[in-house]
Write a new protein. Structure first.
Length: 291
């Protein structure tokens, strides 16, 4: 169900407010460009600075606009289990295909606490759940053994793995089984992640280069890693440039250069420095996206 290039969709703003018209246009563009799914209201969607009402508005708008044409993995994470339950239940209510749930940040729960958190979310709604493991942001790291225990629950179907450790793909396949969906959460290593047994990437750069990254993922899924590597080399400078500052600010600037949306972000994030803008422009040119 979940594979290929799945952009972690940005949330466009205009003068501080949600820009829903642009959001709908982005959804249509991603479908035209061949994206295999969309993941709204993750970190790249600026979930930390959206109100609950804005969060739910974005999810519902994306689900309604997609209208079943590609899967929607709705961001539904929180470090407050009760709040995450609300978001998971809302994702189910509006018809999202799955909920993306980050490991609770700041609280630093134990592995036992992680099991309790995800069990509560599993039981709260009949919707597939994708674990989002990103230790650099959440501080805690879900072990393959813990993931294997959770994978025995019928609706915990996969992981977005942003550990950067390619050996994890093999460890998690052993712990969780071959049917457990493993999606990369790191653009720069997505090609290698697939070679280890992954089936796709929830991608930041896919917001601005969806056609290239969809073709790269399709080549990987077909076993044509030579073609995939050619595309990876083409987009690698853009991957690096986008993440020079926080990735969502980098990719929003890149999108603004292609007239896709504003580069506006919410504090405490800021728009890019001129030096970083130059790096992103160079990356866009290397990828053939900017003259």
């Amino acid at each position: 169900m979940l594979k290929g290039s799945i952009p972690a969709l940005v949330t466009p703003f205009r003068n501080g407010a949600l820009d829903l018209d642009t959001l709908k246009k982005l959804v249509e563009w991603h479908i035209e460009q061949g994206s295999h799914g969309l993941a709204p209201v993750g970190t790249t969607g600026e979930s930390p600075t959206l109100s609950h009402e804005e969060h739910e508005t974005v999810i519902e708008t994306v689900v309604t606009t997609v209208a079943g044409r590609i899967p929607v993995i709705a961001g539904a994470g929180s470090n407050n289990t009760a709040e995450a339950i609300r978001f998971v239940q809302f994702a189910k209510k509006v018809g999202a295909d799955a909920a993306l749930v980050v490991t609770p940040y700041y609280n630093k729960p134990t592995q036992r606490g992680l099991i309790a958190h995800y069990t509560a979310l599993h039981e709260c709604a009949e919707i597939p759940i994708v674990i989002y493991n990103i230790p650099p942001r959440s501080v805690i790291d879900m072990s393959p053994a813990t993931m294997g225990e959770l994978a025995r629950m019928p609706r915990i179907i996969g992981v977005k793995d942003a550990t950067g450790d390619l050996a994890r793909v093999c460890d998690q396949r052993i712990s969780c089984g071959r049917d457990f969906i493993q999606l990369s959460g790191e653009d720069a290593t997505a090609h290698g992640f697939n070679a280890q047994g992954g089936t796709g990437c929830i991608t930041v750069t896919g917001n601005v280069a969806p056609g290239l990254l969809s073709r790269m993922q399709e080549a990987c899924l077909a076993g044509d890693y030579a073609t995939a590597l050619e595309i990876q080399d083409k987009v690698m400078p853009l991957h690096k440039a986008v993440f020079t500052e926080p990735g969502l600010a980098g990719v929003k600037y890149a999108m603004s250069r292609l007239d896709l949306c504003s580069d506006e972000v919410r504090l405490p994030l800021t728009t890019l420095t001129d030096e970083t803008k130059a790096l992103v422009d160079d990356g866009l040119r290397h990828a053939g996206l900017l003259n």
